[in-house]
Design a protein around this ligand. Sequence first.
Ligand code: GDP
Ligand code: MG
Length: 162
Amino acid sequence: PLPVLAVVGRPNVGKSTLVNRIIGRREAVVEDKPGVTRDRVTYEADWNGRRFKVVDTGGWEQDVLGIDASVAMQAEFAIEAADAVVFVVDAKVGATDTDEAVVKLLRRSGKPVVLVANKVDGPSGEADAAMLWSLGLGEPHPISALHGRGTGDMLDAALDAL
Ligand code: GDP
Ligand code: MG
């Protein structure tokens, strides 16, 4: 079986944009389960000749559960099924309480985590990214999922963790 990389984080931080960048133009959905996991979508991807699966999460049922419970539930499922986790934070917003809650889940899981500081579209965003050292998950990888800045180096780190 291919190793699984899960992409987790709050809504609107850029998870799906990042996943689209990782998979390129191929939209090979290999799994799309109903119910709570409906919003977990798995794609096949490769990077530098290594094949893996990447799991996008989101579309939380926040009306029912509230935002924190929804994010936690989605993250928990995705982390459990993953070999390594890409945790995406919006560097422009900084770490929120919801992000901190996901950090606790990540710690408890013991899974390797690559911390991504997204929306660093230019050099001026690097300072925002550095603020995320405070999460205690090691080095924040500054990227722009939208423009592709830094995503190669980040994927190298993520594949190393797999
Ligand atoms: P998700 O809810 O975490 O899947 O987030 P999306 O991928 O849907 O992105 C939410 C919004 O953030 C969209 O408007 C994206 O265009 C925007 N976005 C995503 N990545 C970046 C980025 O690197 N830079 C900027 N400026 N905007 C981004
Ligand atoms: Mg999304």
